[in-house]
Design a protein around this ligand. Structure first.
Ligand code: HPA
Length: 235
């Protein structure tokens, strides 16, 4: 048991897939895993441990934003001996060069957040993916003939804002899309010497207002989920 996760030691696998939404963790457990067991439901943040193609894996939600994923990923790495966390989320595209359903593998996460500096003394606005999960994701995508774009992402604390312009940090650092969690995940992994990657599906194109409709969302996310699960097998 840790502060925010009720699983017993040994009930969490060394590799964890981390969507933002607890119901998406349940969806993965229901649709992809064998012998999935609910191992924590503190705050309705569901964690399931089961097997995929014979390999043990845990799926559990991060909640939304840097503070939330900062807590869950830290407890997984430090209390449950987790080695690798792969975030699987959605993002908003800043540019029409990306389209809804595009799948992104995040190399550098750029943020205005002070999380890394004040938690770990990590200076600077960019943190890289950690360990070999990023490369495995690319290898597996290639084998599946799935186009996955390697990008930098803007990891923002802000969803709603006054100004419509693309934030300066994204413009200056070639970040074509925005999400809200990868920066804290990468910071924790860097500080703790663990592995972390982030796969994102473009759910919204901000300049046009286009978004994946509710009935298309499940199918779109399934592609990303099976990519992440096959990367788990390859790790
Ligand atoms: N902003 C931040 N995070 C997101 C968005 C967005 O527009 N869409 C999906 N995740």
């Amino acid at each position: 048991m840790s502060v925010h996760i009720a699983a017993k030691k040994g009930e969490i696998a060394p590799i964890v897939l981390m969507p933002g939404d607890p119901l998406r963790a349940k969806f993965i457990a229901d649709n992809f895993l064998e012998d999935a067991k609910l191992v924590s439901q503190t705050r309705n943040i569901f964690f399931y441990t089961g097997t995929y193609k014979g390999k043990q894996v845990t799926v559990g939600a991060s909640g939304m934003g840097v503070p939330s994923i900062g807590i869950y990923s830290y407890e997984l790495y430090t209390e449950y001996n987790v080695d690798t966390i792969i975030r699987i989320g959605t993002c908003g595209a800043y540019t029409t060069e990306l389209e809804v359903y595009d799948i992104l593998n995040v190399e550098y996460s750029f943020s205005e957040s002070t999380y890394a500096k004040f938690a770990w003394g990590i200076e600077g606005e960019a943190i890289k993916h950690q360990g070999n999960a990023f490369d495995k994701i690319n290898e597996v995508a290639q084998k599946k003939s799935l186009l996955v774009k390697n990008v930098n992402i803007h990891s923002s604390d802000i969803f709603y804002r006054k100004d419509k312009e693309i934030p300066a940090i994204a413009q200056q650092n070639n970040c074509p899309a925005v999400e809200m969690e990868s920066f804290a995940l990468y910071a924790n992994a860097q500080f703790l010497g663990k592995s972390a990657a982030t796969i994102l599906t473009v759910s919204d194109v901000i300049p046009t207002g286009e978004s994946i409709s509710a009935d298309q969302r499940e199918k779109a996310l399934k592609t990303m989920m099976s990519l992440a699960l096959d990367a788990v097998i390859a790790l």
